[in-house]
Design a protein around this ligand. Structure first.
Ligand SMILES: Nc1nc2c(c(=O)[nH]1)N(C=O)[C@@H](CNc1ccc(C(=O)N[C@@H](CCC(=O)O)C(=O)O)cc1)CN2
Ligand SMILES: Nc1ncnc2c1ncn2[C@@H]1O[C@H](COP(=O)(O)OP(=O)(O)OP(=O)(O)O)[C@@H](O)[C@H]1O
Length: 266
């Protein structure tokens, strides 16, 4: 893996404002306002910790949410909706060009002969695509782990799981239309064999903070990753924000790859 350190000047330094305890740059604020204009309600996971939904979601390793956590969860949900709206109107030709540009940056970063295993996701819909990357790795005999989200009967699994990529014919459509291996799960610990983990994200910062889709899947899955595994999130340029709401369990990424930039968190 060849790591490029990005100059700090790549991070925008717009004016900052306060909103509900969050420090926001102008860029973030536009996203919040866009979402608020649509009149979205806070996500159900922002419900009181005393509600059944709150109790269900906050058992085990993650402590019960404070009022701040509820606000952060709601803020994350607003941002997710705003990013999804932007992604939905991105023309198909633009998406294809962005995917190709990210692929070029990733292949310049990765050294297939030195990667024992790469864990990647397969994008669906308007997510940054990785089909070309997964094919390129497999063609160079790099074993690729893919998330296994559904069970053979189509129901979602309760825990993160992984299976080997064996080619396009070995895929099925899983929950939310996410392509996944039509194979048995190797277990969450399989991730410990990966030297690189390419993660989906909806937004991120140059410090590596990541906003995911809200299932906590990657935050849980990455507990099994090697400490020296390089984590990468793929984004569009307008999804790299100066700040993001973050919570205790959020895992930072090492690299952010967009069509025009590679940012090394640090
Ligand atoms: N392409 C891609 N793959 C990915 C992710 C992603 O964001 N994008 N994930 C990033 O995390 C993980 C999958 N996350 C998922 C989260 C929820 C559901 C899902 O079907 N949820 C049900 C509710 C399930 C329940 O509550 O028991 C639903 O939406 O109806 C599917 C996948 C791993 N793979
Ligand atoms: N390590 C963990 N252990 C237990 N629960 C967790 C862990 N990480 C996250 N969660 C739970 O997952 C929920 C969603 O977390 P968050 O909003 O940060 O997801 P995300 O990072 O956006 O999603 P994803 O990783 O699936 O893309 C949280 O409400 C939290 O309760």
């Amino acid at each position: 893996m060849v790591l490029h350190r990005a100059p700090a000047a790549l991070v925008g330094r717009g004016r900052r404002r306060q909103l509900g305890g969050l420090r926001l740059g102008d860029h973030d604020l536009r996203l919040f306002l866009l979402a608020a204009e649509q009149g979205h309600e806070p996500h159900p996971s922002a419900a009181s910790p005393h509600s059944p939904a709150g109790r269900r979601r906050h058992t085990g390793l993650v402590p019960s949410p404070s009022a701040d956590d509820e606000a952060l969860t709601g803020a994350k949900q607003l941002l997710r909706r705003a990013v999804r709206q932007r992604r939905a109107v991105r023309p198909a030709e633009q998406r294809a060009a962005d995917d190709l540009a990210r692929f070029d940056r990733l292949t310049a970063l990765l050294a297939p002969e030195r990667e024992p295993v790469v864990a990647c996701y397969l994008g669906t819909g308007d997510e940054p695509g990785t089909t070309r990357l997964v094919g390129w790795l497999a063609a160079q005999d790099v074993p690729v782990l893919l998330p296994l989200v559904g069970r053979a009967d189509g129901a979602p699994r309760r825990r993160p799981d992984w299976a080997w990529y064996t080619g396009p014919d070995g895929l099925r459509s899983g929950p939310r239309g996410i392509p996944e291996p039509d194979a048995r799960g190797l277990g969450a610990r399989a991730l410990a064999s990966a030297s690189v983990v390419v993660c989906p994200a909806l937004a991120g910062t140059a410090r590596g903070e990541r906003l995911g889709t809200g299932a906590g899947w990657y935050d849980r899955a990455l507990r099994e990753a090697r400490p020296d595994a390089v984590t990468i999130m793929l984004l569009n340029d307008d999804e790299v924000l100066p700040t993001l709401p973050t919570q205790a369990w959020d895992r930072r990424m090492d690299l952010v790859v967009t069509p025009t930039r590679v940012l090394r968190a640090g």
